[in-house]
Design a protein around this ligand. Structure first.
Ligand code: IDP
Ligand code: CA
Length: 469
């Protein structure tokens, strides 16, 4: 019975084919022609092969779920690019051997205040290499962002806008990457601080946990310094209202299913290189107790020159501390809030989110140069007091002995080693109110699986870029 029905169906199918052979011929001729064109056209056949190769190289996972992001960090002292690749769970996946492509060069965009085109062109080599690391067919889907920080902030609106416009044109002319609206901007300081907080907590896998289990961050750049940490909803409700033109103290963020209230503040002109100028301004053209004994020169910052000369009696830790406190404006009479850091800025109220502090950028670099952390390790556990201890040695040395006493310090930094270390100690203890004995983590990179990723704000920006629809 079954066999009979099958035969019957076979017969009727061939009958049908026979009856409709004219229509079938009409359909099949264009189909064959289209197939021939697709296979023979050079462009089309290349893309078919490339997609196949990509799928194979990814072990069958498919490229569809992978998202790349290219983020430029246009910092005050240099430009850098980071390329990240995320899987569909928003976990980082390796590009080649590392979890990110990271390239950097000096100087930054703000070194060309009067030549926007040259400023933008300084990014060309970074752009070309970053783009080349993104698979061909994913480039038009891959967001590229350029975030400029303190260097362009300090240049003022017109000069910085001209440079950003030249960067937008460079991306349009030279790149196939996707530029969203507002992809090329000066980040405001609170944005920069919150991206840094997201970066570190993402890499530590503390995102999604209660706020008191997250870590706080300090990022000491060349031009500005940021602090960010999560606070309770109740503390957020009591945050002082920002004055007109100021950034608000609290950002609400929704991450991994949890709402966070992030205290964040950025201090323009208090990055390490800018703070040198502030400290030299205090002694206004005369000798300065922070300058290493035996040095007499000028310090250039932001297009201005400052006299940087040691006093005949040499540098002094105590006197340098006084000058640093003066430059920081650690002065309670400025504070109209319950408790301030410095310059009249609210301190955020402290709490569990500030218990563990991850302190990045120049804090790590100077500690490594001064020799009390290992530069080959991604993180180091120290205490603010370690900066004071190193400062007491730097402030009593003679310039001529610098190279033997501190062999890792870059030559240009030697005259300023006492100043830098005193400033860093003063910033942590008198500025941010940390105890000298508190354990803090100096961080250059954060381990993520077998790899380590740069502890810098661009990852936070990349996560936002690939999460938005
Ligand atoms: O990706 C990074 N990884 C580690 N350190 C970084 C990275 N980007 C910047 N830094 C640190 O920041 C310092 C310079 O700050 P930057 O030029 O970004 O100033 P800004 O943040 O005030 O604009 C560098 O010397 C370095 O210590
Ligand atoms: Ca920076």
């Amino acid at each position: 019975m079954t066999a009979k029905r099958a035969i019957g169906r076979h017969e009727s199918l061939s009958d049908k084919i026979h009856r409709h052979r004219g229509v079938l011929l009409l359909i099949s001729i264009p189909a064959v022609l289209i197939t021939l064109v697709v296979v023979l056209m050079p462009g089309a056949s290349t893309s078919v092969v490339e997609e196949y190769a990509l799928r194979n190289s990814e072990g069958g996972g498919g490229s569809d779920s992978r998202k790349y992001a290219v983020i430029f960090d246009a910092g005050s002292s240099g430009s850098r690019v980071h390329v990240y690749c995320f899987d569909r769970n928003l976990d980082l996946v390796p590009l080649e051997n590392e979890l990110e492509l990271f390239l950097q060069l000096k100087p930054g965009l703000s070194a060309y205040p009067n030549d926007p085109r040259q400023s933008a062109n300084s990014l060309v080599s970074l752009l070309d290499k970053a783009e080349a690391s993104v698979p061909h067919e994913l480039r038009p889907k891959t967001p590229v962002r350029v975030g400029a920080t303190a260097g362009l902030r300090a240049l003022g609106h017109e000069a910085s806008e001209n440079i950003l416009q030249a960067v937008r044109e460079l991306l349009k002319d030279r790149s196939r990457l996707k530029t969203e609206a507002n992809a090329v901007t000066v980040l405001d300081g609170t944005q920069e601080g919150s991206y840094q907080w997201v970066t570190i907590n993402y890499l530590l896998k503390t995102l999604g946990k209660p706020y008191s289990e997250t870590v706080g961050v300090v990022d000491l750049g060349g031009g500005s310094v940021q602090m960010a940490y999560a606070i309770s909803e109740e503390d957020a409700a009591t945050a002082p209202k920002p004055l007109q033109g100021e950034d608000s103290y609290v950002r609400e963020m929704y991450l991994k299913g949890r709402k966070y209230f992030l205290y964040v503040h950025s201090y323009l002109h208090y990055g390490l290189l800018a703070a040198r100028a502030e400290i030299l301004k205090v002694s206004e053209g005369s000798n300065n107790p922070c300058i290493v004994t035996g040095y007499d020169g000028t310090y250039k910052y932001g297009g201005k020159a400052f006299k940087a000369a040691a006093s005949p009696s040499g540098a002094s830790l105590d006197e340098c501390r006084r000058v640093a406190l003066n430059a920081l404006k650690v002065n309670d009479s400025l504070c109209t809030h319950m408790k301030c850091t410095f310059g009249g800025v609210w301190n955020g109220g402290g709490g569990g989110g500030q218990k563990n502090m991850f302190v990045a950028s120049f804090f790590f670099d100077r500690a490594a140069e001064a020799g009390f952390v290992d530069p080959t390790q991604p993180v180091a556990t120290v205490h603010p007091a370690d900066f004071e201890k190193a400062a007491s040695q730097a402030c009593t040395m003679k310039l001529g002995d610098g190279k033997t006493k501190f062999p890792l310090v870059e030559e240009d930094n030697l005259p300023y080693l006492c100043l830098d270390l005193v400033y860093q100690y003063t910033l942590l203890v008198d500025g941010f109110g940390l105890k000298p004995s508190q354990t803090i983590t100096l961080v250059k990179k954060v381990k993520y699986g077998e790899h380590a990723v740069e502890a810098a704000w661009p990852l936070g920006s990349a996560i936002e870029a690939v999460s938005s629809p």
